[in-house]
Design a protein around this ligand. Structure first.
Ligand SMILES: [Zn+2]
Length: 407
């Protein structure tokens, strides 16, 4: 991948492409055509995802209408109730949620949603954006099926500036109106197979979808381009084991593409290793490797990076990306990223454009990942054990909401 080509791909894909949308499919087709231009033939593989069209979303605070976006897949209904801002999540604070429309800080995760339900909340409000930014953008959020498990209350997302104003004004009552049409739709993985001398294969992943306000240049067209670079390299170089490249759809909606790929016994039985790229090539920031697998692999990557003269920080952990469904199937998984400081590049908003990317840095990051991948792809026997250590099993249980983090 040379700099001109990298820049062209960023320019061609500078649009929002949320999981299951027409634009996501447009990006999938674009990836297929780009691979064709490299002489490679990839498949678009669909999988089912819940979809929703909001007909009406209204949030009234003490009778005043506040700009909002309704939560997708959160059902339809109207609730009118006292308003409560849940600042802390201790049992006493939670007990005051009963019969109220509750505003929370941060992201509506699995455990906080269970807390709201258990404590009798009748609706919820989240807020995002940044009170110090000039925009009043509101991200389109979704009540994920693994979060609600059939138990739904209506909710909206608002801008942080309005959230602050609500508290400053001492808001005491609220009304939520949510009306939406829910259907089953399709998202797509783009899959390229490069057979090797053995049945066993390495799975390379990078998601190409974005969130609702974002062109997703950094998160994660950068990784998708990295995967194109790897595919281009291996099309012209030997590799002992097979290679599968998966550009995943709907990662931002809960790793749905990689979960779809990993579903079933057959799909991953011959998978030796997952190499995942999520956010590389930023102008600023350090390169990191995250190994969900045995710790030895961290040291191997550190040694290789030293040999190559490439700066890296490697840790053994779970990375919130498409590597996780592989790791959960016992496959060692490595995620690579260049982590930009938050005041130089942010994601999941309208600021994630190619302005935060360096095409030169993209080339250097892809070169290092290629060096690692080439070692693994030509190993006599993949050195990373196909076995998840207990500390990683524990972290996977927490990440996948099977166990609650005590902290
Ligand atoms: Zn991402």
């Amino acid at each position: 991948m040379d700099i001109q080509r990298i820049r062209k791909i960023f320019e061609d894909t500078a649009y929002v492409r949320t999981g299951g949308s027409e634009e996501e499919l447009r990006a999938a087709r674009y990836l297929v055509r780009t691979l064709e231009s490299l002489g490679l033939s990839a498949q678009i593989v669909p999988f089912e995802v819940p979809m929703s069209q909001i007909r009406e979303a209204v949030f009234l605070a003490d009778g005043k209408e506040i700009p909002c976006k309704g939560y997708l897949c959160a059902g339809s209904g109207t609730v009118e109730a006292p308003f409560y801002y849940l600042r802390n999540t201790d049992p006493c604070s939670l007990s005051r949620c009963k019969g109220k429309i509750v505003m929370i800080d941060g992201y509506l995760g699995y455990w906080i949603y269970q807390d709201l339900l258990e404590n009798g909340a009748v609706g919820f409000v989240t807020y995002d954006g940044n009170a110090n930014y000039a925009d009043r953008d509101i991200d389109q959020r979704e009540l994920r099926s693994y979060v609600h498990k059939g138990n739904r209350i209506p909710g909206v997302n608002i801008n942080a500036k309005d959230a602050i104003a609500l508290i400053r004004a001492g808001t005491s009552s609220a009304k939520l109106v949510l009306d939406q049409e829910e259907t089953l739709g399709q998202s797509h993985n783009v899959i390229l197979d490069l057979p090797g001398e053995t049945e066993q294969y390495i799975a390379f992943t990078a998601h190409y979808d974005s969130t609702s306000l974002s062109q997703g240049a950094y998160d994660n067209m950068s990784g998708s381009i990295g995967l194109l670079g790897l595919a281009e390299y291996f099309a012209g170089h030997s590799h002992r084991c097979g290679l599968k490249f998966i550009w995943c759809g709907s990662e931002e909606r809960g790793l749905l593409g990689s979960k779809a790929f990993c579903a079933g016994e057959e799909a991953v039985k011959d998978c030796l290793l997952n190499i995942n790229l999520d956010m590389i090539g930023s102008i600023m920031g350090k390169f990191i490797g995250c190994v969900t697998g045995e710790e030895k692999l961290c040291h191997y990557i550190e040694y290789l990076a030293a040999e190559e003269g490439f700066g890296i920080q490697v840790s053994q952990d779970v990375y919130s990306s498409d590597s996780t469904p592989f790791a959960d199937r016992g496959i060692p998984a490595v995620s690579f990223a260049r982590a930009a400081p938050g005041n130089t590049a942010t994601i999941h908003n309208s600021y994630d454009t190619m302005a935060v990317i360096s095409c030169d840095q993209m080339v250097r990051d892809i070169d290092f990942i290629t060096a690692f991948a080439a070692r693994m792809a030509n190993a006599c026997r993949c050195p990373a054990a196909r076995e998840m250590p207990d500390n990683m099993k524990e972290k996977l249980d927490i990440y996948l909401c099977r166990k609650r983090d005590k902290k």
